[in-house]
Design a protein around this ligand. Structure first.
Ligand code: S3P
Length: 171
């Protein structure tokens, strides 16, 4: 049975490949909230794919656009929001998220994530690099920020259903 609709946005944060979109879509269904993928919104706004934005405009432009999209979504009606792994690097985004959303850090073992991201080649930050090494570098810089989330949920290998249940019980 659908749960009582949440009245706040649920923002999923964490490294690329951890399953924010997969968990988010299922969570949204359970909570009766719309699901929004932040990366897809950026691509729609730019009329380009993420790799194209990085290649043609550069990462700083991507980050600026990402912050604008995050602001629009966080100031809007409640949704389940899958954020890009780097979205919370922006302090304004973090502040807005604190005010307007329940943030949930989806955390998984780095080798599990490395295995997932190796199956697709859509992440400019990993291109041409050893996934585990690149993810470790990102983790080192970002885990202190992700750790500020309201809720932390561990995602096991292929255990997205359990992660959805864990988020719901933590809300
Ligand atoms: C990024 C993560 C990606 C995407 C971009 C940059 C990052 O999103 O926004 O490639 O800095 O971690 P996902 O976390 O949805 O893969």
């Amino acid at each position: 049975a659908p749960l009582r609709p949440e009245r706040r946005t649920i923002a999923l944060i964490g490294l690329m490949g951890v399953g924010k979109s997969t968990v988010g879509r299922r969570l949204a269904g359970r909570l009766n909230l719309p699901f929004v993928d932040g990366d897809a919104e950026i691509e729609a706004a730019a009329g380009m794919s993420i790799p194209e934005i990085f290649a043609q405009l550069g990462e700083p432009e991507f980050r600026a656009g990402e912050a604008r999209v995050m602001k629009r979504l966080l100031e809007g009606p409640p949704i389940v929001l899958a954020t890009g792994g780097g979205a919370v690097l922006n302090p304004d985004t973090r502040t807005l998220m604190k005010r307007r959303a329940i943030s949930v850090w989806l955390r998984a073992e780095l080798p599990v994530i490395a295995e997932r991201v190796s199956r697709r080649d859509t992440r400019p930050l990993l291109r041409g690099r050893d996934p585990l090494e690149a993810l470790s570098t990102l983790a080192e810089a970002r885990y202190p920020i992700y750790a500020e989330a309201d809720v932390v949920v561990d995602v096991g290998e292929g255990a997205h259903g359990q992660a959805v249940a864990a988020v719901i019980s933590a809300l």
